[in-house]
Design a protein. Structure first.
Length: 351
């Protein structure tokens, strides 16, 4: 028996829509004011905006995944209320088997929940800054790979250099000056090719850092963050571009938990068991904060503030790596306070 034809979206009152994003085929699930299914269909990429142009303003839910911020800006410009949600929060609303239709229905259900946490939509400018960061991070990893390759190949011929990326130039000089009896010409030509790539990467990384410095000087929030000890231009610009609205977090501790800098909990029957840090959230921001905390700990002996005294006391009882994570957690809380209060960091004096 044939199913009755589904009414067109223009003839019904759609209140909420869930979209399962993809590269080419998008799944739509919409409901009316009573919660009944009003529309359930697939759309090609070119049909998405045309579909929403013909709808009155409604609530639109999406998972915060690849291309989500772009579609949120485009659909939001048409007058709709677009909200992004972490995919892990939507998973609980998927019924039985997982497919595009079930995912869109789960998104439509999750976006209406009063306790749902939403991801703020990033502007194109903030996404551009984050592209600079991701590109720089990729080039830094490639630079590390090249240095490790040069060190490994040179060690096969008895040529070594002290540790550190900046000492790789000493090793390259050894390659250029080595005699043919020590380093064959075949190996020398290959190593010099790697050295050329290493020099090119250094120039590109420096160019990206200059672009970040220009944006930093124009962003007030980034300049405030740079006043925090252990937060340089790289970390400040990354935080300012990633955290669009600090008031979405109720406290600094909640922001630190979002970054995965708090212990993982395993509690049952009134017994709390705390493990290692959860490592949830943005791993790139967490890495930057940990690296910055390491630099603060190295100068803890000269730090005359209350933070320096706290660090010295903690280092007497805990391993250095544990203290580093504690300092990164403290830095994340300070960063949230600086962003939410819109004021520079002020070091607390020892009382």
């Amino acid at each position: 028996m044939k199913q009755p034809p589904q009414p067109e979206p223009s003839t019904i009152k759609i209140i909420t829509i869930g979209i399962d994003l993809a590269k080419s085929v998008f799944q739509i699930h919409g409901v009316d004011a009573g919660g009944a299914v009003a529309v359930r269909k697939k759309l090609r990429r070119a049909e998405v905006l045309k579909f929403f142009e013909g709808l009155p303003p409604c609530l639109v839910g999406m998972e915060a995944c690849a291309t989500a911020h772009f579609w949120a800006r485009e659909i939001g410009a048409l007058g709709h209320d677009v909200r992004l949600m972490p995919p892990s929060y939507v998973k609980a609303y998927v019924r039985r088997q997982k497919n595009d239709a079930a995912d869109a229905e789960a998104i439509c259900e999750a976006v209406t929940r009063p306790t749902m946490r939403f991801v703020p939509v990033k502007s194109a400018e903030r996404q551009g800054v984050l592209v600079l960061h991701r590109t720089r991070d990729l080039l830094v990893r490639q630079r590390t790979m090249l240095i490790n390759a040069i060190r490994g190949h040179c060690a096969e011929f008895g040529m070594i250099a002290p540790q550190g990326a900046y000492r790789a130039s000493d090793l390259i000089e050894q390659v250029r000056d080595a005699e043919g009896s020590v380093l064959p010409d075949l190996a020398r030509s290959a190593l010099l090719m790697l050295a050329e790539q290493l020099d090119a990467l250094a120039v590109q990384i420096h160019a990206l850092e200059r672009r970040l410095l220009v944006w930093h000087r124009q962003a007030e929030a980034s300049q405030r963050l740079a006043t925090i000890p252990g937060v340089g231009i790289i970390t400040a610009t990354a935080l300012a571009a990633s955290v669009t609205d600090p008031h979405l977090f109720r406290s600094g501790r909640e922001f630190a938990a979002f970054l995965g800098l708090v212990p993982r909990q395993n509690a049952s029957g009134g017994k709390d068991r705390l493990g290692r840090i959860s490592k949830m959230g943005d791993g790139y921001l967490r890495k930057l904060l940990v690296v910055g905390a390491t630099s603060v700990i190295r100068r803890a002996g000269d730090n005359t503030s209350a933070t320096g005294a706290w660090l010295r006391t903690l280092m007497e009882r805990k391993p250095a790596r544990v203290v580093t994570i504690a300092m990164a957690n403290k830095t994340a809380r300070i960063a949230w306070a600086v962003l939410s209060r819109r004021e520079d960091y002020r070091a607390s004096a020892i009382t």
